[in-house]
Each structure stands twice: as structure tokens, then as C-alpha cells.
Write a protein that binds this ligand. Sequence first.
Ligand code: BG6
Length: 294
Amino acid sequence: CKGVNGLDKLVLREPRGSSAEVYLYGGHVTSWKNDHGEELLFVSSKAVFKPPKAIRGGIPICFPQFSNLGSLEQHGFARNRFWTIETDPPPFPTTTSSKTFVDLILKPSEEDMKIWPHGFEFRLRVALGPGGDLMLTSRIRNTNTDGKPFTFTFAYHTYFSVSDISEVRVEGLETLDYLDNLQNRERFTEQGDAITFESEVDKIYLSTPTKIAILDHEKKRTFVIRKDGLPDAVVWNPWDKKAKAMTDFGDDEYKHMLCVEAAAVEKPITLKPGEEWRGRQELSAVPSSYCSGQ
Ligand code: BG6
């Protein structure tokens, strides 16, 4: 069906009530709701649904470059290209029993080949589990005919909706090394217990566990991120000053969002012609008491 500004979007629905929305523009998930119809992702009220601006919120796909770590535009171009639906993709390894999914594909245009001269097929499956879990599986294949490998970095730039950032903590990253984007990507080691927030944060945690949790005390909700093929995790909140500087982001909206991004950044992925890489994230939202046993 049609979304904002007439852009095509797909809606996935599970019988118990959960749902997800995916825009072909960016292959971008813009909504994920639980059985009670509560929105779990943050999308800015000022988000611009118009190319070439990427949609502010949901789950932008950063490919073939995370951040400005290369010659391409910030976060690469996959998030502001039009993807197409693929009705009969090559079989996925059995990663999910879900029957509610959509398969999208992105291939480079001639213009894309000028800025990143590589043949690729990027297949994205967005699936909703019967319990409302949201699964994103990316498969990227090198289709170069010139025998050349290519190298890329990647992130699922997920914006989680939280009640109050000051009340939120992230578990699973304590004691890990990180590169601090706010300090010239210098390397530090996290010292504290769980991560909490009281100012701008922009860190790339390295070699993280496959499971990370975001605890939202006020909402009594825990998001669990499970990931595969994505060793790093970026944690970002712009806080007040940066929020004000972004035209597509409300001044106070930083209080209600947190990005925790399953990523492959520190060690870029290299694919030879014919090779395929797979990176997957699975998101669930559970009542806190259930998750932590409190
Ligand atoms: C994060 C980066 O992933 O994305 C930040 O670590 C960046 O440095 C943020 O500011 C938002 O990027 P953009 O391009 O969507 O404004």
C-alpha cells in the first residue's frame, strides 16, 4: 500500500496482533508493533519521507559504508535507494519458522556503479514471528564479473522507542572496548556496569556478545537484540545540542529514542566474486519482570 508521500510500503501482520511496516524506499522498516498495538520503534515526527533524505527513525540499512569511514556518503547509499520485492529468492538457510515475511532486493544502478564500482545483490528478508519478534536477514553477494573482490561495512541502524532515555540501561556491553566517535574514534574500555545515559553518546563497541538488552524501567519493557555475523554494536543518542542541529529531528525527541545498531565496522567484510555474506538481527520486546526475573 501507499505510505507517506505516496511511497510504497508493505505491512506484515501476525494473527495475534503484532505488525511491521517496510518501505521500498531504503528497504526501511518504519514500524514494529507488539500484540497490543504499541509502537516499539522510534520515527521522528520531523522525518522526511522524500529521496534523497533517509528516513529518520525505524531501521535504516547502512551499506556499503557505515558512517563516514570511506569515500561514500554518510552510511552508504542503500538507505536512500528504491528496493524491489523479490517474489522467489534463492532459498534462505532455515533461520526462521515465520511465514510472515517479505523479501526485498537491491542491485546497483549505473549511477551507483560510478560511485561504488561493484556488482552486488543485496537480499533483505524482513520477518515477523508468531510472538511478534522482528527478524531482519541480509544476504550480500558479490556479482562482479571482473574477478575483483569488494569490501564493505554494515549496520542495522535501529532506533528503539524508549519512555525516558535517563531511565534506560543497556546490558551486554559492559567491560568491552569501544571506539568513541566523539573523540576521534579513540579506543577505550568500558568500566561501569550497565550503560546509562546522561549526555550525547556515539560509540562503536567491538566484538560484542550475540545478545544485548535494552531495559526501559518506566515502560517495564526489555528489548532483546540477538545478532549473527555482526560483531560490533553502535550506541547512539544525539542528546539536546545535536538534536537541535538536525532538521529532521525534534528538539526533545532524543529523550524518547536510543539507537543500538548491530554492525560490522571494525573489520570490514570482503567478498570475492560469487561469495555471499549473511548478517542477521532478531529483535524481541518482553516485559522486564519476565526477562530479568525481578
Ligand atoms: C550513528 C553514527 O550510527 O548515526 C553517528 O554513529 C551519526 O555518528 C548517526 O550521527 C546518525 O547519522 P545520520 O547520517 O542518519 O544523521
